[in-house]
Write a protein that binds this ligand. Structure first.
Ligand code: FES
Length: 102
């Protein structure tokens, strides 16, 4: 029983160290031409919000932003590295990525 608890604690500590290492690694990308730096593991939708940019515009021209964060609402559609209609909440940022509000 005690060895199982020790193993669980070690696993939690290892996961915590991995998360810290990820958060310390920075990714640089551009959002509508603005340079943005985010922690590794950040979604494109989060990076767009951090840049203060809308994810897309409605047919009547209203700025839209990510809503569900799980790939359902389609409010985070944007052009990523020239590919239109990508769901930003389902993509992780990568160095040198170019994101455009659709
Ligand atoms: S935020 Fe809803 S699909 Fe991305």
């Amino acid at each position: 029983m005690i060895s199982a608890i020790r193993a669980a604690i070690a696993a939690i500590q290892a996961a915590s160290v991995r998360e810290k290492m990820l958060a310390d690694r920075k990714i640089s990308l551009t959002v509508n031409g603005k340079p943005v730096e985010v922690a590794a593991g950040t979604s494109v939708a989060a990076a767009v919000m951090m840049a203060g940019e809308p994810s897309r515009f409605s047919v009547t021209g209203e700025a839209r932003a990510p809503l569900c964060g799980m790939g359902i609402c389609m409010e985070c559609r944007m052009t990523v590295d020239g590919v239109p209609q990508r769901r930003g909440c389902q993509l992780l940022c990568a160095d040198g990525m170019e994101v455009q509000s659709s």
